[in-house]
Design a protein around this ligand. Structure first.
Ligand code: SF4
Length: 273
């Protein structure tokens, strides 16, 4: 009934598990979503850190970090991801001020001069049966023992202890990709929560990598089945408040068949030209 996607990324896996109906809108029907302040601010800070780490380690001072952020801001001022937010000059000042706070948070967590990065924003993909798994690693580095470390920057709040394990699923996914592409499993995965200054780390094992392929394959089978039956159930939860597809969600009285024709019109009113 619906075309089955041929690849999965960590965010798509989590999107399907969070709400199959939202997954149908975004990943199957490809209904565009307007950018949000939260996601754009996150992309901006990721870009600033990428620029910072493109310079030699000895040059990565605090001033250089803020210069990297200014360079990223310069890029984003004309980027649709930012301009489509439609912020007033005062709101834009708050937005960039919050990005500066995140950079300050980052600098309080580690000294970028000490990091031995070997790759930034690395796009990796590997096949599992007929399915291609793909993802982007924020930073891959070596520790003192020469082992690989995967670091993922987070610009939202750290999860509570209850959700900590699920926060790692995406990064374990990256450790699987490293093993498949480079033939080496990272020794450790690290989540850096720039807003709260928390670092959550986990070691990897053959078992943790195997668990990711098992989990992803199970999600993939569920996606395939939903595509064949057309049964993408809405899963009402905390994400509904920020869901771009609520207008067409049957759980809120909407008609999902209208999303494909109405969404571009809705977006046109959200996103100023
Ligand atoms: S409004 Fe809630 S239930 Fe409906 S598609 Fe969005 S996340 Fe899913």
């Amino acid at each position: 009934m619906y075309p089955v996607p041929t690849s999965l990324s960590p965010s798509r896996v989590e999107s399907f598990l969070s709400c199959p109906m939202a997954f149908r809108f975004s990943s199957i029907e490809k209904i565009p979503e307007p950018p949000s302040v939260h996601t754009t601010r996150g992309s901006l800070v990721h870009r600033a850190l990428e620029i910072l780490f493109m310079s030699e380690s000895a040059l990565r001072t605090g001033d250089a970090a803020f210069a990297a952020l200014d360079a990223a801001i310069h890029e984003y001022r004309s980027d649709l991801e930012f301009t489509d937010l439609g912020l007033t000059p005062a709101q834009a000042d708050v937005f960039f001020g919050e990005a500066r706070e995140l950079m300050r948070g980052y600098l309080a967590m580690e000294d970028p001069q000490t990091i031995r990065e070997i790759g930034l924003e690395i796009r990796l993909e590997a096949a599992v049966g007929d399915l291609t798994l793909r993802g982007i690693i924020d930073r891959l580095e070596l520790d003192d023992a020469g082992d690989l470390i995967v670091t993922d920057y987070k610009t939202g709040r750290a999860p509570g202890a209850r959700y900590e394990q699920s926060a790692f699923n995406g990064v374990h996914f990256y450790s699987f990709l490293c093993q498949a592409v480079f033939g080496r499993r990272p020794a450790k995965i690290r989540l850096m929560y720039l807003k709260t200054g928390e670092i959550i780390e986990a070691t990897t094992s053959e078992q943790s990598v195997r668990a990711i392929t098992t989990r992803t394959t199970a999600v993939w089978k569920a996606v395939e089945k939903a595509c064949q039956t057309g049964d993408f159930r809405p899963k009402v939860g905390p994400f509904c408040g920020n869901c771009s597809f609520k207008t067409w969600c049957p759980a809120f009285g909407g008609d999902p068949t209208k999303a494909a024709t109405e969404a571009p019109l809705t977006l046109a009113t959200v996103a100023p030209a």
